[in-house]
Design a protein around this ligand. Structure first.
Ligand code: PA5
Length: 425
């Protein structure tokens, strides 16, 4: 179970009618659960933790086969077809991990050239993930990496090394998968990319990496039960209502600050989830993140004394996986003998507490989300916590949290510049 501490946000919400705010939050949750309101046709993610046993087995079997037949797996995808899996894989212990490499999440020729070189002489499978099946970045990476696989293994053997995760019926990737006989998993049509981490989109790469996906799903299922109940003990609601309320009080930015660098990509996933869901109609908190204590030496100054339109949410884990103790030296030349015998996580914890109280004193509203430890179940819990929260706060802002019409504008201009047939104005 994760803990939520609302910090000093009540004081920062003084200008608003808090009772009305919480009522609006409760109404938003009720509407979501009753599948009403903007984007209600895209609420299939609420059911994802109830994954059928047969589907889970198929995912585990595919993962085992990938591990048995290869030296690594290349996962091709971008946005919601990429960040969830990567955030879980990077958050969880790397011991005995099967190597998973990511591609198709940028258009850097250097990145992809290096990746192709690094695959030289290695046995690999491709897991290509795209709900639409037409997104440019992963489609280009798949074209390059798929062609290399065919070159080295021949078409029919290469097809056995490709797993496609896409729409059940539509799109170019679905057509290619059917034509060439790839192993396929589908993304339910009523689940949007950034809400798809608990579907095969996140589960296949995680299982291939060696993450016990049943524990992750278990954490998510329990969280779905907990965070869909109305009432003040629902922490996802507490968080959501405060975010929406603070937006109404002139806060423009939310910084998710973590003292656990292994949660860095999870912060990226959160940025996509919140930014793409809420940034519409001139509304929404701009999501940023900070990796502490590293960023205390870059962003710390701004957080302490810069413009006061920031909400800071701390994301921390109590227990480290491994203990590092500060050695005694017998002398005190570096002035650190007072720390001898103490653990690094104890010091990190004090850095967190000191930072939180300093930023609070500097005038920022602060809240804290605390995990007992970074485990698969805790990561599953966090995914659901944030998904419910952003659905609720999005509804409270009066926008549709499940579409992303603004993303099309850069694509239209890019396609025009690239001379894509049919893209001319
Ligand atoms: O949340 C979303 O819907 C988007 O961020 C998509 O995940 C992203 O654009 C990738 O789309 P697709 O899976 O269709 O390739």
């Amino acid at each position: 179970v994760i803990r939520f501490d609302r910090g000093n946000t009540d004081a920062h919400l003084k200008g608003s009618d808090q009772r009305a705010l919480f009522d609006r939050g409760a109404e938003a949750l009720e509407a979501i659960l009753a599948r009403r309101g903007p984007g209600s046709e895209m609420l299939g993610w609420l059911d994802l933790p109830n994954i059928p046993e047969g589907e889970l087995r198929r995912i585990e079997d595919a993962a085992k086969r990938i591990q048995d037949e290869n030296d690594c797996l290349v996962v091709i995808g971008i946005g919601g077809s990429y960040l969830g899996a990567r955030s879980a894989i990077e958050a969880l212990p790397a011991e005995a991990r099967f190597p998973v490499i990511f591609a198709g999440h940028n258009l850097s020729s250097d990145y992809h050239a290096r990746l192709v070189e690094s695959l030289e002489g290695r046995r690999y499978s491709l897991c290509v993930i795209s709900k639409s099946g037409t997104t440019t970045e992963p489609a280009i990476a798949f074209r390059i990496l798929g062609a290399r696989l065919v070159e080295s293994l021949g078409r029919s053997e290469a097809s056995k090394h490709i797993v496609a995760i896409t729409d059940p019926k539509e799109g170019a990737l679905r057509r290619a998968a059917e034509r060439d006989g790839y192993l396929t998993f589908y993304i339910p049509p009523d689940v949007g990319g950034r809400f798809s981490v608990l579907s095969p989109v996140g589960l296949v790469p995680c299982a291939a990496a060696g993450i016990p996906v049943r524990e992750l799903i278990q954490g998510a299922a329990e969280a779905m039960d907990r965070y869909t109940r109305s009432g003040p003990e629902n922490n996802a609601m507490q968080y959501a209502v405060r975010r929406a309320g603070l937006f109404g009080q002139g806060i423009a930015i939310e910084v998710l600050s973590t003292f656990n660098p292994e949660l860095g990509t999870l912060c990226e996933w959160w940025k996509q989830l919140t930014g793409e869901s809420e940034g519409k109609g001139g509304k929404g908190l701009f999501p940023a993140s900070a990796l502490m204590t590293t960023d205390l030496h870059s962003l710390g100054q701004y957080l302490q004394q810069g413009a006061r339109d920031i909400l800071e949410t701390f994301l921390v884990a109590d227990e480290p996986r491994r203990t590092v103790t500060i050695p005694g030296t017998g002398d005190d030349q570096d002035g650190l003998e007072y720390l001898a015998g103490r653990t690094m996580s104890d010091i990190n914890g004090k850095a967190f507490e000191g930072t939180r109280s300093a930023h609070e004193a500097g005038g920022l509203p602060v809240m804290t989300i605390e995990l007992p430890a970074v485990t698969p179940a805790a990561i599953g819990t966090l995914f659901v916590f944030f998904e419910i929260a952003v659905a609720v706060s999005g509804h409270m802002l009066g926008i549709n949290p499940f579409d992303q019409p603004g993303v099309e504008e850069y694509k239209r201009r890019m396609f025009e510049l690239l001379g894509k047939p049919g893209s001319e104005r």
